[in-house]
Write a protein that binds this ligand. Structure first.
Ligand SMILES: Nc1ncnc2c1ncn2[C@@H]1O[C@H](COP(=O)(O)OP(=O)(O)OP(=O)(O)O)[C@@H](O)[C@H]1O
Ligand SMILES: [Mg+2]
Length: 387
């Protein structure tokens, strides 16, 4: 996408331009008359106008850029979420208005969405522009063995059987990933095959690399590799997840316990990030620190939900103590259940073979929430556990 930038940069904008090679900055110009001039000369697809306080100068620029049904799409970026500025920007001709604090990934998604909406309005839905329809759900944790893979595989299977949703499960733990083991499938091709040039940006080739698992679940396993495993390029992971979101209703991503740029890229791409913890003191301690770090790094906290796994296990930490230790609501509880261990040992997920087990029943509540299935035992049901 050819992008003309008008006004001042933000760090997310720099990342947008540096990290995504499908966004090409054609020019960066000041507010005022240089903007429409540059747009006429350089024919960008999207013009992004940063609106500063006081906004009139920028709003006038938007009006000049929008005059005479131009071929480009105008998107405004605002510092503060002030209704009057947003209304004025839209009235002046902006197709969408985004907060400046948006992440690079959010900006990218919004720019493509705005462009697509405008093209569709002009000429009907073009076939060749991929639609990012699916939700990326990241499963992460501060410590090993907390149940990320158990949750990821069963959540993915549960979603795949609900409303016939198209679901891909991705294992980004390239050193010790065991999604393939959990599903008892041969891990070829793997995640690495999809990151190759020529595959990553081609929907048909990418689709051909996805393994067919049980219940029509599509799987992208980690390679069978010894530690430390191959080094992945986080920007490619971001692109892969975006492409998979265009092909699926849900993309469930299992992550490595190692804090890495790859896990950061997964979290950045995720619409929802489920932090898995168990009622054990070291796990709670590090999970709280992880939540605090996310907060410090301005990760949108409303995208994080906490899953207390193995709830009720005899660790001498009660559920309400776990909540206090994390200083975060326990959005979901998954009870301790021997069925989970048996399933891991046999490579047959509880969702397939022990659907009435406590662990399957509890994970199914998350499935119902994500799939939008009305359920009397929705997320809020768990509030009584917190007492
Ligand atoms: N609710 C549960 N009740 C009992 N056992 C569980 C539960 N959830 C997971 N387990 C067991 O805990 C072990 C670790 O689970 P799992 O492999 O899912 O964790 P992980 O976070 O992916 O670990 P890793 O750090 O190796 O990636 C497995 O033996 C699994 O069966
Ligand atoms: Mg795991």
């Amino acid at each position: 996408m050819k992008l003309l930038l008008v006004g001042t940069y933000s760090s997310a904008l720099r990342r947008l331009i540096d990290d995504f090679d499908d966004i090409e900055l054609v020019e960066s110009v000041a507010l005022g008359p240089p903007a429409p001039r540059a747009a006429r000369d350089l024919r960008p697809e999207v013009v992004l106008v940063a609106i500063e306080r006081p906004p009139n100068w920028a709003l006038m620029t938007v009006r000049d850029l929008a005059a005479g049904s131009p071929p480009w799409t105008i998107v405004a970026l605002v510092d503060r979420w002030e209704e009057d500025v947003i209304h004025q920007a839209v009235l002046a001709g902006a197709r969408d208005v985004l907060p400046r604090r948006s992440s690079a990934m959010e900006l990218r998604t919004a720019l493509f969405r705005a462009r697509r909406a405008q093209l569709e309005e002009r000429s009907g839905a073009p076939e060749d522009i991929p639609r990012a329809t699916g939700s990326v759900v990241a499963i992460f944790g501060a410590k090993g063995g907390v149940g990320r893979t158990t949750l990821a595989t069963n959540l993915a299977l549960g979603l795949a059987t609900t409303n016939s949703a198209r679901v891909t499960l991705v294992d980004t733990d390239v050193a010790f990933g065991d999604v393939a083991l959990a599903l008892n499938i041969e891990p070829t091709p793997t995640l690495l095959d999809t990151l190759a040039d020529g595959v990553l940006d081609d929907h048909d080739k990418l689709r051909a690399q996805l393994l067919e698992g049980p219940k029509d679940l599509l799987v992208l396993p980690a390679p069978v590799a010894a530690w430390p495993g191959p080094t992945l390029d986080p920007t490619r992971i971001t692109r892969l997840l975006h492409q998979l979101a265009a092909l699926n209703h849900f993309v469930i991503v299992d992550t490595s316990v190692v804090a890495s740029d790859v896990t950061a890229a997964v979290l950045d791409a995720a619409e929802l990030a489920l932090l898995v913890a168990t009622p054990e003191v070291p796990v709670l301690y590090h999970s709280r620190r992880l939540l605090e770090s996310l907060h410090t790094h301005d990760f949108p906290v409303d995208r994080v939900q906490v899953v207390l796994n193995r709830a009720g296990s005899r660790t001498d930490v009660t559920t309400s103590q776990a909540r206090t230790a994390l200083d975060h609501d326990l959005d979901w509880l998954i009870r301790n259940d021997h069925a989970a261990m048996r399933a891991t040992a046999l490579g047959s997920p509880v969702m397939l073979t022990q659907s009435r087990s406590r662990v399957a029943v509890d994970i199914n509540k998350i499935v119902a929430y994500l799939a939008g299935v009305p359920s009397p035992r929705s997320r809020s049901h768990w509030r009584f556990w917190r007492r």
